[in-house]
Design a protein around this ligand. Sequence first.
Ligand SMILES: NC(=O)C1=CN([C@@H]2O[C@H](COP(=O)(O)OP(=O)(O)OC[C@H]3O[C@@H](n4cnc5c(N)ncnc54)[C@H](OP(=O)(O)O)[C@@H]3O)[C@@H](O)[C@H]2O)C=CC1
Ligand SMILES: O=C1O[C@H](COP(=O)(O)O)[C@@H](O)[C@H](O)[C@H]1O
Length: 503
Amino acid sequence: MTQRNRAGKAKPTDAGSTEIDLALFGALGDLAQRKLYPALYQLDREGLLDPATRLLGLARQDVDLDGFRMQVEKTLRNYVKGEELEDEALARFLARLDFIQLDFTQPEGYDAIREWRQQGLLRPMVVYLSVAAKIYGDICHHLEASGSLDEQSRVVVEKPIGYDLDSSAEINDAIGAVFPESRIYRIDHYLGKETVQNLIALRFANPLFGTQWNQNHISHVEITVAEKVGIEGRWNYFDEAGQLRDMVQNHLLQLVCLIAMDPPANLDADAIRDEKVKVLKALKPFTDDMLGRDVVRGQYMAGTTDGQAVPGYLEEEGANTESQTETFVAMKTGVANWRWAGVPFYLRTGKRMPEKLSQIIIHFRQQPHYIFDPDQRGLASNKLVIRLQPEEGIALEVLTKDSGLDKGMRLRRGPLYLDFSSAFPKTRIPDAYERLLLEVMKGQQYLFVRRDEVEHAWQWCDNLVAAWADRDEPPRRYPAGSWGPVASIAMITQDGRSWYEDY
Ligand SMILES: NC(=O)C1=CN([C@@H]2O[C@H](COP(=O)(O)OP(=O)(O)OC[C@H]3O[C@@H](n4cnc5c(N)ncnc54)[C@H](OP(=O)(O)O)[C@@H]3O)[C@@H](O)[C@H]2O)C=CC1
Ligand SMILES: O=C1O[C@H](COP(=O)(O)O)[C@@H](O)[C@H](O)[C@H]1O
């Protein structure tokens, strides 16, 4: 596809080009500073930003362009590793920045965005909404009404999209009134993590796993996404959401999809997303009798992190001391289809856990007939441990003969280990936002979430939230720095299993 610039010269806008104008709403907010500028800077440093690409910051603070650039520079100095901060790349990056002060909810001021676009070469505009979802609709509407968009403009929206199915539908409708689905990029930053994308490679490029990936060979699946941090000053947002909406509705369910989905016909965005939707539709809903047994909600109390005392959730800044919001959730669920019939998926995620750790463990079934020492029967199965963060890697636990003349045919368990940083030492593992921003610029949607995915995920969560509300039970307390309420351990041990602890 080509378009005409103002001088009438054809400019290529093929899917591989990063020549765009990026308009960043919420340019002085937390996400922009901690994640988006460092990611954009890294893309620039790696030579992946087209020289002509321009970045427009939009915020309501009263700063001029120099002040804005100084603020971004300070941010980069804070969040980019010293050895990766290069003077030339930094100067080039800062020179790309423009700034417009604006109240996003008011129509006045949007003309300035249209004019900014016209000063460029009318290359495709990416609109990044790094603001609360409740104003996505206003922004899209004002952008369209001011004539700032064209048929190539794309919009990037952050999670969470809404609070439940109804509110997410309302927000999606408002965005959809301006942008078609093919130009809406819904971020789930877990999909930008290299190790999460690697799930696709691991499953669909390796016949060894491809042939074993079903209920005939897998007994259960475990997903842990543990965070060491608390709520990081985001009380107002978090207390309304809780860990189910903040982490399970999006990140954990996306991981479940990538583990459980059938092979897509190809790597096209919709081929992948169609398969993910089938998984979301097949997720088992919770019934009231399952709640006491298969779901545990927790809330952290005061405790210690890295040997330092940390406050409980109810003592965090701005806290409502009556809050019953969960900061931890563990559950046993499943995917009701032919591939996964009878295979439990145990999920857990929480804040203020002993360490930051995201990992998926695929537990394979035992051999149909066992011939070794009966005492060692518990050892006798393979596990595939997929470490997403930190120290990304994959370990396949296999059984071998214990060596030594006195050992007879004793078994021992050991890993076949692929540690990404030592196996590929020269490769920097990019941050999720680098990958996602690059894909948006190129117009590739396969790492973004389609509307029906968001809605099926909400539907499943809404069902659980409604069941919780009926029971009206307070969350179980757990000390900060622990692995969550003891009940979450009991939940899995009642099935004769345990959370994988070989951290
Ligand atoms: N921060 C994070 O780690 C994550 C954030 N997200 C999502 O990203 C989005 C942004 O989050 P975050 O950066 O934390 O939020 P912040 O509140 O830090 O940033 C939002 C920015 O938008 C500005 N803003 C809000 N309303 C207006 C308005 N009417 N006119 C002009 N400016 C306005 C705010 O300005 P002011 O300061 O003046 O109010 C603020 O600078 C949210 O959707 C969030 O859910 C998703 C995952 C993680
Ligand atoms: O989306 C969110 O994710 C972060 C965890 O992301 P990670 O990349 O550090 O694993 C979480 O802390 C935050 O509450 C949530 O909104």
